[in-house]
Design a protein around this ligand. Structure first.
Ligand code: ADP
Length: 379
């Protein structure tokens, strides 16, 4: 496989795992993780206040911003709604924020819904048939839209028309209904799951990437300003490095550290306070939490780096296999600390080093993996 294909494969697997993590969160498995990229109830409340309102205030994602600003400006000049926009990328990177910015830049109201919320095509027809001209419709998790609703959307996106079916069985008739021209903004963590006809109807597609620490620092400083937190630059840097490239996590860590600074210190977040607070919350320098480290510890200290089967690993860390797989592993794989191989999970040399250990000499398999039998693992 080429490097690019490798990365795509990795991204797809991470996206799939995150989808399942969302289900795990619903089942309360992921609920109190301070490093989860998924929003909890507290996040939802506070995020409204922290969202940048205009494109100029949106940090990072330079290419997306540049392209989008062109699309929006030319639409405003022509006085017509812009192309439909598809935003793809992992949770917590700013898809909802961008959707809101699009509406704000166009000076238009926005309707928010999501794939799972639209159970029947009638639900979608109710939204579309009551739009005013130029309105922005945001459908989060658009890959989870039910099939009939998806088909209704094709026609709506292309011809600004919906067919409302009246009656049942052989007597059913479709009544075409014109709807106001609108802009659809779809967001998905799994663009690979979108059927081609739907994907093709978006005139503009943007992929959001994880953020660099320097960008996260800016985001954290901005949020601190809005929350009234006194934050020193080194404090911001300390938080940025542990935020897993994700603004949502950065904002959450900031709030936890602020609480700590207020209770244990004088309210100022400097490097020492940030470190002490994150130690208390068990988030280490790379953003790994207790479960992430337990997985690596079990692999390395009990099995010399692996390979170890998922179910054994889960027993060792006292969690269910699905929790290890969907909650802990994706980030460890992305960070290059863990590899999934046909014979089980393997700790990479970077994982040994992260735990302050020296990886064993020799026995190095493809990709620099170590562990008993690694050399023959991919034969
Ligand atoms: P998504 O829809 O991709 O899950 P959101 O748009 O809800 O992500 O963003 C999560 C949080 O992160 C929000 O509070 C938002 O303010 C913040 N955020 C995301 N991207 C940025 C950014 N580029 N600049 C500033 N804040 C951001």
């Amino acid at each position: 496989m080429t490097r690019r294909a490798d990365e795509d494969e990795l991204a797809a697997r991470e996206a799939e795992a995150l989808d399942r993590a969302a289900a795990a969160r619903d089942a309360d498995r992921d609920a109190d993780r301070v490093v989860s990229p998924l929003a909890d109830a507290d996040d939802r409340v506070i995020e409204t206040a922290l969202r940048p309102k205009r494109l100029a205030d949106f940090v990072g994602q330079q290419r997306v911003r540049d392209q989008l600003s062109l699309v929006l400006e030319s639409a405003v000049r022509r006085g017509r709604p812009p192309d439909h926009v598809l935003l793809s990328g992992p949770p917590g990177l700013g898809k909802t924020t961008i959707a809101m910015i699009i509406a704000a830049e166009l000076g238009m109201p926005m309707r928010i819904t999501s794939g799972p919320a639209i159970e029947r095509s009638g639900d979608l027809a109710a939204v579309l048939s009551t739009l005013t001209e130029g309105e922005v419709v945001f459908i989060d998790e658009i890959h989870r839209l039910a099939r009939p609703a998806e088909e209704m959307l094709y026609l709506a996106m292309e011809d600004f028309r919906v067919d409302v079916v009246v009656g049942k069985g052989p007597g059913a008739t479709a009544i075409p209904l014109d709807i106001a021209p609108f802009t659809l903004v779809g967001a998905t963590t799994r663009s690979g799951l979108l059927p081609a006809p739907l994907r093709d109807r978006f005139g503009f597609t943007a992929h959001m990437d994880f953020y660099q620490p320097a960008e996260l620092e800016i985001i954290i400083r901005r949020s601190a300003g809005l929350l009234g937190v006194t934050l020193r630059d080194e404090g911001a840097a300390e938080l940025a490095g542990r935020s897993r490239g994700t603004p949502r996590i950065a904002n959450r860590l900031l709030r936890r550290v602020r609480d700590y600074a207020e209770v244990k210190g004088n309210g100022v977040v400097d490097r020492a306070v940030a470190r002490a607070a994150l130690e208390l919350y068990e988030v280490d320098e790379q953003g790994l939490d207790r479960l992430d480290r337990a997985v690596l510890e079990a692999l390395i200290r009990r099995y010399g780096g692996g390979p170890v089967g998922l179910s054994t690993l889960a027993v060792l860390v006292g969690e269910e296999a699905v929790t290890v797989e969907v909650v802990a592993e994706p980030f460890l794989v992305r960070r290059g600390l863990l590899a999934r191989t046909p014979r089980g999970r393997v700790a990479t040399p970077a994982a040994w080093e992260h735990l302050g250990l020296t990886p064993p000499e020799g026995n190095t398999g493809p990709g620099g993996l170590t562990g008993p039998g690694m050399a023959t693992l991919f034969d």
